[in-house]
Design a binder for this molecule. Structure first.
Ligand SMILES: Cc1cc2nc3c(=O)[nH]c(=O)nc-3n(C[C@H](O)[C@H](O)[C@H](O)COP(=O)(O)OP(=O)(O)OC[C@H]3O[C@@H](n4cnc5c(N)ncnc54)[C@H](O)[C@@H]3O)c2cc1C
Length: 236
């Protein structure tokens, strides 16, 4: 007999890719656990957004030319919270729950464990990042957003390989410019057609953590594409 699970799909990271995937899956009737370190930075851009927005996306529903980060964030968070098929949770994921070579859920620093037959990593620039701002170096994926090393170290211990990527943010409106060096899954770990992180059954990757670079709109489109792939294929 199948064990009961908390969700059909668990998504780690409520950035542009993860939140968009969750929204699209929920609209297709799947029960989604959307887990992220800080709910107050879900779907938050660094810079104002401009069209074209991907048709049918959450970004298109809440976006407007020139809309600033916090306004877009608050509109998107409201939509996500109003979607009954999504359980939006503030947790820092530290490890994957495994049964042999199959991923069956996540463990969190705060304690709760959550289960699903399919787990998606949408963790952006938060795998082992170093943020350089003037002479200061922080372990943060974005300004003021601390990254904990546990999940990255766990993935390394499971044999996943990584390569470095880098992004620079220009000084704007009183916020100093900074640079982030972060790790992304190395070539060969991720299949861009199926989104699978091939070392483990039931594990998927989407967005910056597998692509390395790209725009907000591209991340949103990738989230929607993932939702389509997961809807079209049976769970492992
Ligand atoms: C510094 C920087 C600046 C950028 N500026 C722009 C820009 O101006 N315009 C543009 O078009 N693109 C920009 N990009 C590129 C890219 O479009 C964005 O990074 C985009 O936010 C990536 O989307 P994502 O969903 O993959 O990841 P993110 O938006 O980074 O979301 C990842 C989420 O995962 C969460 N998370 C991470 N680890 C865990 C964990 N262990 N447990 C739970 N939650 C976790 C984080 O809290 C975060 O909310 C920038 C990239 C970087 C790194």
């Amino acid at each position: 007999m199948m064990k009961p699970v908390d969700y059909d799909v668990l998504i780690v990271g409520a950035g542009f890719a993860g939140a968009e995937a969750a929204y699209a899956l929920a609209k297709k009737g799947l029960r989604v656990g959307l887990v992220t370190t800080s709910l107050d930075t879900a779907f938050l851009p660094f810079t104002p957004v401009f069209s074209p927005f991907p048709p049918g996306s959450l970004l298109a529903e809440v976006g407007q030319d020139g809309l600033k980060g916090w306004e877009l964030h608050s509109r998107a968070k409201y939509r996500l919270e109003c979607q009954p098929q999504i359980h939006l949770l503030q947790l820092s994921v530290t490890r994957l729950l495994l049964e042999g070579q199959r991923v069956v859920g996540i463990e969190s620093w705060e304690g709760p464990r959550k289960t699903a037959p399919r787990v998606v990593l949408a963790v952006g620039s938060f795998l082992c990042p170093q943020l350089f701002i003037g002479d200061v170096v922080e372990e943060a994926g974005r300004l003021s957003e601390v990254a904990y090393p546990d999940l990255f170290q766990h993935l390394q211990s499971l044999g996943f390989a990584f390569s470095p990527a880098e992004a620079t943010v220009a000084e704007q409106g009183g916020t100093p410019g900074y640079r982030v060096v972060y790790q992304v899954f190395a070539q060969g770990e991720w299949n861009p057609r199926t989104f699978r992180l091939g070392r483990l059954e039931g594990l998927y990757g989407v967005g910056l953590c597998v692509l390395g670079q790209g725009t907000y709109a591209q991340m949103a489109m990738e989230g929607m594409r993932l939702a389509q792939v997961l809807t079209d294929t049976a769970p492992p």
